[in-house]
Design a protein around this ligand. Structure first.
Ligand code: FES
Length: 101
């Protein structure tokens, strides 16, 4: 198995019982997973894996996305902001204006 170069986690608001509850889910973060996967494929970004995650504990900033191993945390994500994030990722840098910290 080849490890991803970048692993993008999208908050799916999953709680311990597995139910999606929370701001990210209510703001349709599930659709962002599909959008990201399509964009990664369309852009031919090798080594980028997209996964839905449990609550990332920054709910008030939802939908939250984090990119590892860089540790870039993004908030209030939508398709336009994901495009900006991926543009920056392709350039090997964070989308500074979108970073939570
Ligand atoms: S529900 Fe997304 S960070 Fe908590």
């Amino acid at each position: 198995m080849e490890k991803p170069k970048h692993h993008v986690f999208v908050c799916g608001s999953f709680r311990v019982a597995g139910d999606p509850k929370g701001i990210c889910h209510r703001k349709d973060s599930g659709a962002l997973v599909g959008y990201l996967e399509t964009e990664v494929s369309d852009r031919g970004l090798d080594g980028v894996t997209v996964s839905a995650a449990g609550c990332l504990k920054l709910c008030e900033h939802g939908p939250v996305v984090v990119v590892y191993p860089e540790g870039h945390w993004y908030g209030k994500m939508d398709e336009e902001r994901i495009d900006q994030m991926l543009d920056a990722l392709e350039e090997g840098k964070p989308a500074e204006a979108l970073l939570l910290a």
